[in-house]
Design a protein around this ligand. Structure first.
Ligand SMILES: Cc1cc2nc3c(=O)[nH]c(=O)nc-3n(C[C@H](O)[C@H](O)[C@H](O)COP(=O)(O)OP(=O)(O)OC[C@H]3O[C@@H](n4cnc5c(N)ncnc54)[C@H](O)[C@@H]3O)c2cc1C
Length: 328
């Protein structure tokens, strides 16, 4: 995966304890995960007040349905907020029941454990997917799929995020992960983010307050046809080197920062195709671990540990996980 720099830093609003919010720039991060302090009576589990959500709330929903790995046990609650108020209500639900919570986008960079998540998963998607151009600035909801952001800005004739065309997550997840491809990353194009903290309080955060790497490019005007042609080329290039036909979560390890990428190191150790249970190091791209059909999260975790240890032993490089592990 061509990525300029894989050392990702969470957006200020995306650190532990902040919650899903709205974004501006081309992005909108929100909170990552938090744990609501249990109220004294939480053990007795008084029924939470019947909160009315505009969106959907599913109980014991299999998270495998909401991750690109198609792996993951159930969430106690999966909230699909229809608007920002619903996000606040989801945080209140967690607070009232003393449950942990976590934000989820399209689940394209997470590995949810087989036992699932015993709290509230707040899935930021439809309803929080606003897209509007104000001059050369895109005002974007965290739930907007990143490829749509890339397509719509390109169609409007603005360059800056066109290279994100093949990143299969949401804008919120992209900002949180500082996702990037083909030499561009979210840190370069975000101008401001609207974030929500664990108490549902919303605030604006300027890009300079967010601790990811500054780069020089920004949104600028380009002919739409030129951007479309570039996107076609990038997609063809990605297709050739990405196991898009198998469930996975993109690159599993961060590039270590030296001359060799994580994929090159894993390949060098002869691990392409190495399999544990249903989890396999992709033969197309060594930094991808695919679910060949019946993988459990435990298979994936065992395989990741094997790869990490082998690479450390053979090359001396300690690989760090990029994929986020959710659950207990
Ligand atoms: C085939 C494939 C190719 C990929 N190629 C690339 C690539 O080229 N470059 C790249 O960078 N990545 C790539 N990825 C990884 C992934 O698509 C990106 O990291 C993406 O930005 C994750 O977005 P998401 O919405 O799926 O986030 P999720 O996977 O749902 O979540 C990832 C993390 O972000 C947090 N999060 C999600 N939404 C929010 C929110 N609204 N507010 C706060 N925190 C949030 C979650 O809690 C979690 O910690 C690829 C993945 C796949 C499956």
């Amino acid at each position: 995966m061509a990525r300029k720099n894989d050392r990702r830093k969470p957006a200020a609003g995306a650190r532990k304890g902040s919650g899903p919010g709205l974004a501006k720039g081309p992005a909108k991060p929100a909170g990552k995960a938090g744990k609501a302090p249990a109220k004294p009576s939480a053990a007795a589990a008084p029924p939470a007040p019947k909160v009315k959500f505009r969106g959907r709330v599913l109980e014991n929903e299999a998270l495998a349905r909401h991750t690109t790995y198609r792996i993951g046990g159930p969430a106690r609650y999966l909230v699909m907020p229809a608007d920002v108020d619903d996000v606040v209500k989801a945080l209140e639900l967690a607070q009232d029941r003393g449950l942990p919570w976590v934000a989820l986008g399209l689940g394209s960079n997470v590995l949810v454990k087989d036992a699932g998540f015993p709290g509230v998963v707040i899935r930021i998607g439809k309803g929080l997917d606003r897209f509007e151009m104000k001059g050369a600035t895109a005002i974007v909801g965290a739930g907007l799929p990143t490829p749509l952001l890339a397509r719509r800005t390109a169609e409007a004739g603005f360059a800056g995020v066109e290279r994100f065309i093949g990143i299969p997550g949401t804008v919120g997840g992209g900002v949180y992960m500082n996702a990037g491809a083909h030499g561009a990353e979210f840190a370069e194009v975000l101008t401001e983010a609207t974030v929500m903290d664990a108490k549902g309080k919303i605030r604006q955060v300027a890009r300079k307050q967010i601790s990811f790497k500054y780069r020089s490019s920004n949104l600028g005007e380009e002919p739409p046809a030129k951007l479309k042609e570039l996107q076609g080329r990038l997609l063809r290039w990605r297709k050739a080197g990405t196991p898009f036909d198998q469930p996975c979560a993109g690159s599993v390890f961060k590039n270590p920062g030296g001359p060799r990428t994580a994929g090159a190191l894993i390949d060098e150790c002869g691990l392409k195709g190495f399999t544990i249970g249903g989890a396999q190091v992709s033969s197309l791209h060594a930094n991808y671990v695919v679910n060949t059909g019946n993988a459990t999260a435990s298979d994936v975790l065992k395989l990741l540990e094997h790869v990490r240890k082998t690479v450390a032993k053979k090359t001396g490089v300690e690989l760090e996980l990029e994929v986020k592990v959710i659950g207990t």
